[in-house]
Design a protein around this ligand. Structure first.
Ligand SMILES: *Cc1c(COP(=O)(O)O)cnc(C)c1O
Length: 399
């Protein structure tokens, strides 16, 4: 009999049964340090008592209405996003892909109602990842994710990462929007230099294009501010896609917009059956309540510095295989030299009780829950040291 699941994923033969904070436990009770957090999703740790309470309390009252009716929690959570960001308007989704899709549609629609329907092109950057819908794979531009899915869509242009000259050439009177992750996740954990975000903001203003940030991975407190671009003065977007960490493990996302950017999104232009469902809103409100606490952001910044220093130590001790340390806040990566494949390091770490991820450009990716402690980080560094040594030894033995 063939396997019942499609072959799109290849998980290791581990069976996690339960999680607590930064730890996961398998069915034999073996514990693992979770430094990938469901890909930057379980921002407040596993089994967070406040999130459990919010979900259970809502589950006893009302699960789902659809957007035919006013959904409890939607206005309150939208108000939280408006109060803490550049945004005036919010559309709730179930995922990051849908949040990106909404941002792209909102941008084109803005120009359409503005009397400039010819402004359709979306400009994105090499190494980008924006999700897996048709719109998102075309914006992401990764040939691996486009292959076999029919013709590439028109209206998308990709330029080199952090190349302002290329941006100046690409953004013109046919551009609807520029989309960028302030810190690239999937593409290799690369932080965009502050000057680039400011430069893009100026360029978009000058040329009449909208600026979209994809903070699906780098947002939700991960860099030590509520959203990563908030480190950079004078670089606010017109639209922003968020998801992953803002749900703390409950599937939810949102497209945030200024009043001006959202002006085309009138009744009937967009929709979602589940988006902004009552369970998601209850959890989302509980997550935001925590993320808005300055103590939590101080904690993130403190532990992130400790972890980054630790990674620099690892890079020094294994300079033969590590090229550099990348990322921002608690979204960090070790870029490995070509001789050592990132997946080998990930697997060696897993064998030693540390869960990490991989990313493009041969990067080993770390994205622990924001509640991770400096002790957890020190432990992770120790395991990484051992894992790199083991992966190197294995590589040499098979060479
Ligand atoms: C994960 C991710 C997405 C897609 O989110 P899904 O919830 O998987 O649809 C989009 N953009 C970025 C930057 C991401 O990291």
């Amino acid at each position: 009999m063939p396997a019942p699941l499609m072959d799109t994923y290849a998980p290791p033969p581990l069976r996690f049964e339960r999680g607590e904070g930064v730890r996961l436990f398998d069915k034999d009770g073996k514990s693992y340090l979770d430094f990938i957090a469901g890909i930057a999703v379980t921002s407040l740790g596993h089994s967070n008592p406040k999130l459990i309470a919010a979900l259970k309390s809502q589950a006893d009252k009302l699960w789902h209405l659809s957007n035919m009716f006013q959904v409890p929690g939607q206005k309150e959570l939208a108000e939280r996003f408006v109060a803490t960001t550049f945004a005036d308007r919010v559309f709730f989704t179930n995922s990051g892909t849908e949040a990106v899709e909404c941002a792209l549609k909102t941008a084109r629609r803005h120009h359409f109602v503005n009397g400039a329907p010819e402004r359709q092109t979306i400009v994105s950057f090499s190494g980008a990842f924006h999700g897996r819908s048709y719109g998102a794979i075309n914006a992401g531009g990764n040939p691996k994710y486009l292959e076999g899915f029919g013709p590439a869509m028109g209206g998308f242009v990709q330029i080199p990462f952090a190349d302002h000259e290329a941006a100046k050439n690409a953004v013109d009177e046919t551009t609807a929007a520029v989309i960028i992750e302030p810190v690239q996740g999937e593409g290799g954990v690369r932080a965009v230099p502050d000057a680039c975000l400011r430069g893009l903001r100026e360029l978009c203003d000058e040329r009449g294009a909208l600026l979209i940030y994809d903070e699906v991975q780098c947002g939700a407190g991960r860099t030590g501010k509520l959203f990563a671009h908030q480190w950079v003065a004078g670089a606010e977007p017109d639209l922003m896609a968020v998801a992953k960490g803002i749900g703390g493990g409950f599937p939810m996302g949102a497209c945030l917009a200024t009043e001006n950017a959202a002006k085309g999104m009138v009744v009937g232009t967009h929709g979602s059956t589940f988006g902004g469902n009552a369970l998601a809103m209850a959890v989302g409100l509980a997550v935001m309540e925590e993320l808005e606490k300055p103590e939590l952001m101080d904690h993130v910044n403190k532990v992130a510095n400790h972890l980054r220093q630790g990674l620099h130590g690892v890079a020094d001790r294994h300079a033969d295989v590590v090229e550099d340390v990348r990322g921002k806040g608690l979204l960090l990566g070790l870029k490995l030299k070509p001789a050592l494949v990132n997946a080998k390091v990930r697997d060696a770490a897993r064998d030693r009780g540390l869960l990490i991820g991989v990313a493009g450009e041969n990067v080993a990716r770390l994205a622990p829950p924001l509640v991770v402690t400096s002790d957890d980080a020190s432990k992770a560094i120790e395991i990484l040291d051992d894992s790199l040594a083991a992966a190197k030894a294995e590589m040499e033995a098979t060479a």
